[in-house]
Design a protein around this ligand. Structure first.
Ligand code: GUN
Length: 263
């Protein structure tokens, strides 16, 4: 199944589950930026909520808000009985420390799964794992190569694939091209999240059965592009757009339902 087909099917299932709940799950989205990528993500998240029958409230705050004021808003959301969960959309303005904000969100309401004590998985790696499983891709004992070591994707993806007993290698900006080629050539699963348009291309060799999960999004005059050149000679490659972004959005509502159902 393509990512689009998988997401459509899973959304139908979630919609059905939500329709049977006594109380509609409710999410708040706090946005403190005018970032184009974030606007697109937030718009998508609100559209998903409407489709799934979930209550969603967008709380847009001024770009010059102080960290203290933002922490007050978070404290209110942590303690209200209205929202089952909330997210603070990243990136944040430079007067605000992102790590402080991530730690301020109560693990009980942290649908992003960013807090170290959260029992939920971060949305992007969670969405990717669920998709790999739905496609019946074996992870146990397979060579998984992750390009990029970000806190949002690379590091949690490595942890999750390791838990699934893959042989995990994390490559990054200090890895030599020669080493990168060697690891990629032997990889069964490649997750690329470095934000460099079409970085994975035909300079590298691939296993013909490899699975490439493209987390990158960059924009130029011609549109949105992933970190991988389209149509690499592999078994599965997720497209951009219409790939991982949809999986991340889906995982957010999977997490929200987990919280709402455990109350
Ligand atoms: N910015 C980019 N991706 C995400 C995400 O999954 N959650 C939040 N809160 N911000 C993001």
């Amino acid at each position: 199944m393509t990512v689009k087909e998988y997401v459509k099917q899973r959304k139908e299932e979630i919609k059905e589950l939500v329709s049977k709940m006594e109380r509609k799950p409710s999410i708040a989205i706090v946005q403190v930026n005018e970032d184009a990528g974030s606007n697109a993500y937030v718009k998508g998240k609100l559209k998903d909520a409407a489709e799934l029958g979930v209550e969603a409230e967008l709380i847009k705050l001024p770009l010059d808000i102080s960290q203290e004021e933002l922490l007050k808003v978070i404290d209110q959301l942590n303690n209200d009985d209205i929202h089952d969960g909330f997210i603070v959309q990243m990136p944040l303005p430079k007067q605000i420390n992102e790590e402080t904000i991530k730690l301020a969100v109560s693990p009980k309401k942290d649908v992003d799964g960013f807090h170290p004590l959260s029992s939920l998985l971060p949305c992007t790696p969670k969405g990717i794992l669920n998709y790999l499983k739905s496609e019946g891709i074996q992870i146990l004992g397979k060579n998984a190569v992750i390009l990029g070591r970000s806190n949002i994707v690379g590091k949690p993806m490595a942890r999750i694939l390791l838990k699934e007993s893959a042989n995990v290698t994390v490559l990054h900006s200090k890895t030599t091209f020669e080493d990168m080629s060697r690891y990629i050539e032997n990889a069964d699963i490649i997750v690329v999240a470095i934000g460099k348009q079409h970085f994975l291309d035909n300079r590298f060799k691939y296993k013909k059965d490899a699975v490439v999960i493209d987390v990158g999004i960059s924009r130029d005059e011609t549109g949105l592009h992933g970190d991988a050149l389209p149509e690499l000679p592999v078994r599965i490659q997720t497209p951009v757009p219409g790939g991982v972004g949809l999986l991340t959005r889906l995982a957010l509502y999977e997490n929200l339902l987990e919280i709402a159902n455990n109350k």
